[in-house]
Design a protein. Structure first.
Length: 109
């Protein structure tokens, strides 16, 4: 992996570690905040590579609130269970009332 990619992943992890308990953000919101608006997929790759790095990856979802990264967690519904433990309602793999739990790093950081 190229050095600049690793640097970008670390920048993503810094942002994700700041998402408050009970809140979520999107891959795209993180990418936009980091000045790489078209890099939402790379943020997803960073989340996939975050295991063991003390990063609350379960708090990062797609722009519609879908738990698109859930298959990267050990166990069938771990991502959903972690979010529900934080008080976030999920129906059919989608966060309900996304607007009320959405955390935008561009506004919060």
């Amino acid at each position: 992996m190229q050095q600049e990619t690793l640097g970008f992943f670390e920048k993503v992890y810094v942002v994700v570690r700041q998402i408050p308990f009970g809140k979520v953000t999107s891959y795209g919101a993180i990418a936009k905040y980091l000045g790489a608006a078209k890099s939402a997929r790379i943020v997803g790759y960073a989340m996939n590579g975050s295991h063991g790095k003390d990063v609350p990856a379960h708090r990062v979802v797609n722009r519609k609130g879908l738990l698109t990264g859930k298959h990267h967690f050990d166990g069938t519904n771990i991502m959903q269970q972690l979010l529900e433990n934080e008080g976030i309602e999920i129906i059919d793999n989608q966060i309900q009332n996304l607007e009320s739990v959405f955390w935008d790093p561009a506004k919060e950081l």
